[in-house]
Design a binder for this molecule. Structure first.
Ligand code: PEP
Length: 257
């Protein structure tokens, strides 16, 4: 039995303008009334341009929803056209930020070094990073999922203290399971999530390993979340498609029944 609070994070990706985002977050607040939100952290990661609206809705309705960015700049401020800094996110009440999502790595050429710099920028701004790792299909077929994912964990967390690692969130998202409907089996998820925790234990000690939250992501739905959550090293889920429907995402957050 874990003492870690489960965390369900909804990654809206490049979906929903601010009006649609407002409707979703208000409806999610409504749906979460049926969920014991003291037992689960519910987080949404809207597009940047929706954040101000989400902040207003969450504050006005005192909704049990935390929110954050899907990315941030590695830089603090300055001449970086198109970028958003960690401080800009915290100024909007964000508490989380996703870093190194496979879509950032794949379509924006994000390297391990950049991912690591972004994790450090998140901490510098007072944000909790959700570091995303996970293997592509060919690595899985070659049986290298653990080795591949751990190399990304090591790269992303390079130079961090045990205290920072303890409060980090690491999301294991096998690339072949993202947006494909192809969910990893609970045993597949457990294998890599456990290996991540053991890597943290070896490098940063028991306190960090027992505290760090390791999520699974990849085609999570209300119909499969409970069996994934039964695994001892799966502390929650990073959810894409299913987080765009309030009722469905609330059911995921309320997986305990
Ligand atoms: C994701 O975007 O991180 C994700 C896991 O997407 P989906 O749930 O749609 O597979």
């Amino acid at each position: 039995m874990t003492t870690r609070t489960p965390l369900m994070a909804g990654n809206w990706k490049m979906n929903l303008d601010w009006k649609q985002g407002l409707a979703l977050v208000e409806e999610l607040g409504e749906q979460l009334k049926d969920v014991d939100t003291s037992k689960v952290d519910t987080v949404v990661l809207p597009p940047f341009v929706d954040l101000r609206t989400v902040q207003t809705a969450v504050d006005a309705g005192k909704l049990p929803i935390a929110y954050g960015g899907q990315d941030l700049s590695a830089h603090e401020s300055g001449a970086y056209t198109g970028e958003i800094s960690g401080q800009m996110l915290t100024a909007l009440g964000c508490t989380f930020v996703a870093i190194g999502h496979s879509e950032r790595r794949q379509y924006h050429g994000e390297t391990e070094e950049l991912t690591n710099a972004k994790v450090k920028a998140a901490f510098a701004a007072g944000l909790t990073p959700i570091l995303c790792v996970g293997e592509p299909l060919e690595e899985r077929q070659a049986g290298k999922q653990v080795e591949y994912s751990l190399a990304q964990v090591e790269g992303g967390l390079e130079g961090l203290t045990a205290e920072h690692v303890a409060v980090s969130v690491i999301a294991y998202e096998p690339v072949w399971a993202i947006g494909t409907g192809e969910v990893a089996t609970p045993d597949d998820a457990q294998e890599v999530c456990a290996a991540i925790r053991e890597w943290v234990r070896a490098k940063h000690g028991d306190t960090a390993a027992d505290a760090v939250r390791v999520l699974y992501g990849g085609s999570v739905k209300s119909s499969n979340v409970a069996e994934l959550m039964e695994k001892p090293d799966v502390d929650g889920a990073l959810v894409g498609g299913a987080s765009l429907k309030a009722e469905e995402f609330a059911k995921i957050a309320g997986y305990q029944g």
